[in-house]
Ligand binder design. Structure first.
Ligand code: GTQ
Length: 343
């Protein structure tokens, strides 16, 4: 592509007149917004090391009471997007949330879709539109757009989970807002929706036509996902051990914006992920190893760490253990890319 005219080549008086009319010439900016052959990506490959974050999160528990925080969260902000913009990837917000024993994060609802991935602790539950969902290590708990949710913690130690929201996208769309609520009545049985969909391919009987249903299952227990990957490993010789989390009624991604998945690395295995357009985040549920992006310097990771990587890259993951498998939960923007026809 040949070089285009610059702003400096234009007479100052002309530039001033354009500015005065809220006009901008395209050609000096053309290559920046339509770069040749590959998009510019601000998402940096990095690891938020849990051992480094945890003491700061616990300190937040001492410094800021729940009444002053509402949600006590340290945001995993990708510096490539500017820390203050709270983006892990262009559309994905991530944060580590802490609740101390006996605390409650008050009821509210908002337009962004959210998933919690439980990192450590026991005894907490999130009530979503009246349904209490138990939170155990590695579980996914969904609070889709517009659903009331409040978090309770009745355990003895701290509980920490990873919040994954499409907040940056909603915010850019000028569609992000929240509403405060009164404490919820638990009108539904505990883990009701998980009970209904707890067997793959078997769904609750209803007496009306099945149509697109927004997140009919709210809790995806990690033990089930892990067991599925281990079972797949029994039957697959060398294929990638990877699953997608889907809506059990429709097979669609959990949200229209963010797709969730999980990966298993066999002992000692190095995998090369198929190249994708979308940026991705990885949360390590079990194991330790390395991630390399486009053959760059490898980033080490271990259990409870969370990583990000830009799209249009070759990504490899290596399991450092020769005897134990490693497990990762992934989140990416693939559903949006598919919808837009760019995946
Ligand atoms: O738990 O509802 O990390 O509303 C950011 C916004 C968590 C939540 C976040 C939220 C929540």
């Amino acid at each position: 592509m040949h070089a285009l005219g610059t702003l400096e080549e234009l007479p100052q008086a002309y530039r001033d007149e354009l500015t005065g009319q809220n006009l901008v010439p395209l050609w000096p900016n053309m290559r920046a917004v339509l770069p040749p052959n590959i998009p510019s990506r601000r998402t940096q490959a990095l690891n938020w090391n849990y051992d480094a974050v945890r003491p700061l999160l616990l300190q937040a528990g001492e410094l800021t009471p729940m009444e002053k925080a509402e949600r006590r969260v340290l945001v995993l902000a990708n510096p490539g997007h500017g820390l203050g913009n709270m983006q892990a990837t262009p559309s994905i917000y991530m944060g580590l949330q802490l609740i101390l024993p006996g605390e409650t994060a008050p009821n509210h609802r908002h337009t962004p879709n959210a998933v919690r991935i439980i990192v450590e602790g026991e005894g907490a539950y999130t009530t979503v539109d009246g349904e209490p969902c138990r939170m155990e290590r590695g579980d996914l708990i969904l609070t889709p757009a517009g659903k009331w949710h409040e978090h309770h913690h009745e355990g003895s130690g701290p509980i920490v989970w990873l919040d994954v929201l499409d907040l940056p996208l909603m915010y850019q769309l000028e569609g992000s807002w929240a509403m405060e609520g009164v404490p919820q009545q638990q009108t539904l049985p505990r883990d009701k929706s998980f009970a209904e969909y707890s067997a793959a391919g078997v769904v609750p009987s209803i007496n009306f036509q099945r149509t697109e249903t927004k997140a009919p299952m709210l809790r995806y227990p990690w033990v089930r996902t892990r067991a599925c990957l281990v079972e797949m490993a029994e039957h697959y010789r060398e294929d990638l051990l990877r699953i997608d989390y889907v809506n059990p009624e429709t097979g669609a991604s959990l949200f229209p914006s963010i797709g969730f998945g999980a990966l298993m690395l066999r002992p000692g295995e190095t995998i090369r992920l198929p190249r994708r357009t979308t940026a991705c985040i990885y949360h390590i549920v079990e194991g330790q190893g390395r991630m390399s992006v486009d053959g760059g310097e490898a980033l080490g990771w271990r259990e409870k760490d969370t990583l990000s990587a830009p799209g249009y890259t070759d990504i490899t993951f290596s399991n450092a253990s020769g005897s134990e498998p490693a497990f990762l939960i992934t989140a990416d923007e693939a559903p949006l890319h598919r919808y837009l026809g760019i995946f």
